[in-house]
Design a protein around this ligand. Structure first.
Ligand code: 9MR
Length: 325
């Protein structure tokens, strides 16, 4: 009798000691019916407890930061390394989150064997095999694929497509080819008019394009004021749209003023999605500032200690339809 009383007392203790706290803010819940996502990275997934904690609770969709890129997943011809990407897919399943696949056709992070010495026919065969093998492996597990990544030239309107192995070998047939092999899309602003015309032309030609992803790697204070309009015009073509790689680079000291501006910028981007009926998700490119591809930009909604920054609360407000901070 005495023992059980003691147990009960011990079990109650933590609750008794815990300060009464407000309901935790869970962005994946606030985002509904949209998804709130992050780029996930196996280097940190189970190796940084606080990262694991945030990534397990806040997101409803993940993009592998590098694990599905060509050099990682098919480093040798027809020899696939699915392990690390599978790890993220299993993790997503375990927390009830969806997956974005990233990516099939890109000029970067290609293995040495995918090079200009391949003939167009050989490259075509390799592309088809790459896309179909990976899609077969992940059949039913991927909500959306970034089939095409960064193919519109930065030098538009002088040039429509980037100069890379795909455009060198296939010319303007490159993107339709990838989409036809995958049936699926991705890209972004001054590029946007070009992309818009390309997308419109594709749809008129019956190319199976479903959606456009907008990366949104922005500099502090420079979110385009036309973002929502831009999302809307693609949506009006009958395409789904998504914010796929959001981060805001402070480029300087992360003082209170910068953090407040960053919060406002995050709010603006998330609100643009919320105001666009066909915008299906907002994904941040990473989770916490210490594990970003931009090492010193304080770009993400959680700081290096995995504490929520003002941007985190601004995202919550935007998903909830509350005014900007
Ligand atoms: O965040 C990724 C970083 O870890 C890689 O080193 C880099 C290699 O090119 O790619 C980064 O992710 C890119 C994404 O795949 C496509 N859009 C731009 C992202 C940032 O460079």
């Amino acid at each position: 009798m005495k023992v059980s009383t003691l147990f009960a007392a011990a079990a109650l203790l933590p609750f008794a000691l815990a300060a009464p706290s407000a309901k935790p803010i869970i962005l994946r819940d606030l985002a509904k019916p949209r998804f709130f996502g992050a780029a996930a990275n196996t280097t940190f997934l189970f190796n940084d407890k606080n990262y694991t904690n945030v990534i397990s609770t806040q997101f409803s969709i993940f993009t592998p930061e590098n694990e599905m890129k060509w050099e990682s997943i098919e480093p040798e011809p027809d020899s696939f390394t699915f392990g690390p990407a599978d790890e993220i897919v299993r993790f997503a399943e375990s927390v009830g989150a969806k997956m974005r696949g990233h990516n099939f056709m890109w000029g970067n992070q290609l293995p040495p064997w995918v090079n200009a010495s391949l003939t167009a026919t050989e490259l075509d065969k390799a592309l088809k095999n790459h896309i179909t093998t990976i899609m077969d492996h992940y059949r039913g597990k991927i909500y959306a694929w970034d089939v095409i990544n960064e193919m519109i030239s930065d030098n538009t309107p002088n040039e429509t497509f980037k100069d890379n192995i795909w455009t060198q070998k296939f010319g303007e047939e490159a993107m339709p080819k990838a989409l036809a092999y995958a049936r699926g899309g991705q890209t972004a602003q001054a590029l946007s008019d070009t992309l818009y015309n390309v997308a419109k032309g594709f749809l008129a030609d019956g190319v199976p394009l479903d959606a456009i992803g907008f990366q949104c790697h922005f500099t502090l204070g420079q979110v385009p004021s036309t973002l929502q309009q831009n999302l809307q015009r693609f949506a009006d073509l009958g395409l789904d749209v998504a914010i796929t790689e959001l981060d805001i680079n402070i480029h300087g000291p992360a003082n209170a003023t910068a953090l407040a501006q960053q919060a406002q910028d995050y709010w603006t981007v998330v609100d643009a999605c919320v105001q666009t009926q066909r915008c299906v998700s907002v994904s941040v490119w990473g989770v916490s500032d210490d594990h970003s591809w931009i090492p010193n930009g304080a770009v993400l909604p959680w700081d290096a200690e995995k504490q929520p920054k003002p941007a985190f609360y601004a995202i919550a407000d935007a998903f909830e339809g509350k005014p900007e901070p």
